[in-house]
Design a protein around this ligand. Structure first.
Ligand code: FMN
Length: 262
């Protein structure tokens, strides 16, 4: 099969997953006809993918799983046995059951998974000058993603293209971690009410009135509002993430490399 068109479908609050998918698509060398970003809180459209198109699903790893918010939105995409690759992007700790889960989600949406990859992105909790997988994906990661795209292209040119792949992970999946009802704070004195935090929040937890308000119960801690605030007016209090950051630095500083399954 020669891939002529690609659909990208991704949940990517801090955009590392999006970067990886774009490099893979470049490596495949076909036109992206649908760039389906399911990160925004309004992403609930039902979309049907045609049989002769290739699709890539991408999501970050949260607690060794695919974030629940993303799972619900992936389920709006359907297909009749068309071919797909799944990509999990994690913050240099571990991806545990995420690839297995994403493969299962894609199969229940009607896709056939012929490739998978686990890539590394800057950790969402790389904040307050604490650096975890800082600036990843870097040039080497993106080159690897590009060459993975080429390998997918070559696999599909081969007559055994439709072979299903196996990925690491356990069933039942790890339990979702219980979420504390917390969110980043707004430094009202620095906030310019530009509304970027409102736009990048994947759950619609932030609203702009006379000042910024956050519904803590809706926050999934993705940290997009912190990372994309130009005025550093959104902060994750170190009493909330400090211990977690220390634990990540102590145990997961050694560089991990992407893993590819074809
Ligand atoms: C709530 C939460 C949980 C996370 N859990 C993990 C994890 O279990 N393992 C890991 O290595 N990274 C973990 N991360 C880091 C993200 O997987 C990583 O930063 C990823 O690159 C974010 O993708 P995005 O830029 O597309 O949003 C977590 C991040 C958040 C916000």
């Amino acid at each position: 099969m020669h891939i002529k068109t690609i659909n990208l479908v991704y949940f990517s609050p801090t955009k590392t997953t999006k970067k990886i998918l774009e490099s893979i698509a470049q490596g495949i060398g076909a036109e992206i006809i649908n760039d389906i970003d399911i990160t925004a809180s309004c992403s609930n459209n039902k979309i049907r993918i045609e049989k002769n198109q290739f699709t890539i699903f991408g999501a970050p790893v949260y607690g060794g799983r695919i974030p629940e918010t993303a799972t619900k939105r992936f389920r709006n995409i359907s297909s009749d046995n068309s071919l797909l690759a799944v990509i999990a992007v994690y913050g240099n700790r571990a991806y545990e059951d995420a690839l297995t889960e994403l493969k299962d989600i894609s199969q229940s949406c009607g896709f056939k998974t012929i490739a998978a990859g686990a890539f590394i992105g800057e950790h969402s909790f790389s904040l307050n000058d604490v650096e975890v997988a800082k600036d990843r994906p870097d040039k080497d990661d993106l080159n690897m993603a590009f060459s993975f795209g080429k390998q997918i292209h070559d696999k599909l040119c081969n007559e055994n293209y439709s072979s299903e792949i196996k990925v690491p992970g356990n069933i039942p999946y790890r339990k979702y971690k219980e979420r504390s009802v917390l969110s980043p704070d707004t430094l009202h004195s620095d906030c310019k009410l530009c509304g970027v935090c409102v736009d990048v929040c994947p759950t619609g937890a932030i609203t702009l009135n006379s000042h910024i308000e956050t519904v803590k119960e809706s926050c999934i801690w993705c940290c997009a509002c912190v990372k994309f605030c130009e005025y550093n007016a959104r902060i994750m209090n170190s009493s909330v993430v400090g211990n977690l950051q220390e634990w990540l630095i102590e145990n997961y500083s050694e560089r991990k490399e992407p893993e590819l399954f074809l």
